[in-house]
Design a protein around this ligand. Structure first.
Ligand code: AMP
Length: 359
């Protein structure tokens, strides 16, 4: 690993970003405002981030020659989604600083590691069992009971790779459908609300967290975020404490999103981690002093962090699939800020943009 704990980039420096999606796009836009240039590395043609980047390399994540050139041209490297092969991150780490560190990426790529890391640091998660075959699943159901949720440990997102088990009889079909030997069975949490906290930490150990926000899902995809979350102060305090504990224990440099459940008794339980900007932080583009994308860029470039203060109560609505066709209506709506991702093709379930309704 390179020793570069006090990296401090100046305007003009190049930030390499693995992944070309909307999170990379909005990060590159924020980086440009601070005078940085972004180099996107993605296997995809015509990616959303490439439209606004200084440079794009289109290559596979396994292409070592392309990765080497990308690293040579970058002053710091980061990623905009978790499913980058860990070998790619480890290869790049030998050439240039990569933040958040590959060790954090590895933890966030596996639901079991994520939950173990959390519980090792005193954070509550839904009771769970790791399962690698059908017999283990049956045993796990006996222990955790139903309803429960069976999830693949890797590569799940937006409800993909998970099946709810309403009763033990649904186990066989779910197991066959997921077709994996690396899964987790989680007890179904009767939560009152889903919330998330986004926290940033820089290479001086400074921490700044955004206020907890409330997330509403439709078909397992985030549909709406309300900032701030309407929760008790004590609940917000618990959520922020979880975020702080994780950021410090992970020795985070960068940004980390933590999805959590609030139980009816007010207790907060961690669900998932993402060491990158997060959909539930998009409200901050129009509702906070510093948006999550700028904060992310500040953190990885070795700058001081910005204020995470909420200045306007904001409702973020995702434009999923055909809903994006309503963008002209939102452009004409007072207090609505439209953000489109430039995706060439609209598909059902695909995040095409979002609207922030402020105040
Ligand atoms: P995940 O991919 O883990 O974020 O799960 C997607 C969504 O499924 C969450 O946002 C929750 O709405 C729901 N979910 C996941 N795990 C559980 C659980 N253990 N109990 C209840 N609902 C869950």
């Amino acid at each position: 690993m390179l020793e570069n704990s006090k990296l401090s980039l100046s305007p003009g420096a190049i930030i390499g970003i693995l992944g070309g999606g909307q999170l990379g796009r909005m990060s590159a836009l924020a980086a440009a405002r601070l005078g940085f240039r972004c180099h996107i590395f993605t296997p995809e043609n015509n990616s959303p981030a490439s439209h606004v980047a200084f440079k794009t390399t289109i290559a596979n994540y396994e292409d070592q020659d392309a990765l080497r050139s990308f690293a040579n041209e970058s002053d710091v490297i980061t990623y905009e989604f978790e499913n980058i092969p860990i070998e790619t991150a480890l290869f790049l780490e030998r050439l240039k600083p990569i933040y958040p560190s590959p060790s954090i990426l590895a933890i966030s790529q596996h639901r079991g590691s994520e939950k173990k890391f959390a519980t090792d640091h005193g954070i509550k998660v839904a009771p769970y069992e790791l399962v690698t075959n059908y017999t283990e699943l049956e045993r796990a159901i006996t222990k955790l009971k139903t309803p429960s949720i069976l999830k693949t440990c890797r590569f799940g997102y937006d409800g993909k790779g998970q099946e709810k088990l309403s009763d033990p009889n649904s186990a066989k079909k779910a197991w066959e459908k997921l077709a994996t030997n690396d899964a987790i069975l989680e007890q179904f949490v009767e939560f009152e609300k889903e919330i998330s906290v986004i926290i940033a930490r820089n290479n001086n150990g400074a921490l700044e967290a955004y206020p907890p926000v409330e997330n509403q899902h439709e078909n397992h995809i985030l549909a709406i975020t309300l900032a701030p979350a309407k929760i008790e102060e004590a609940t917000a305090k618990q959520a922020l404490e979880i975020a702080r504990t994780l950021a410090e224990a992970l020795d985070l440099i960068g940004i980390l999103a933590i999805e959590m459940f609030v139980l009816t008794n007010g207790q907060v339980v961690m669900n998932e981690l993402a060491p990158r900007p997060h959909n539930s932080g998009h409200w901050s583009q129009d509702g906070a002093v510093t948006c999550q994308f700028e904060q992310f860029i500040r953190a990885i470039s070795g700058q001081c962090l910005g204020s995470t203060k909420l200045v306007k109560t904001t409702k973020m609505v995702n434009l999923i699939g055909d809903a994006v066709n309503d963008w002209p209506k939102y452009l004409g709506t007072l207090n609505a800020k439209v953000h489109l991702y430039g995706k060439a093709e609209t598909k059902p379930g695909r995040k095409m943009g979002h609207v922030n309704f402020i105040d």
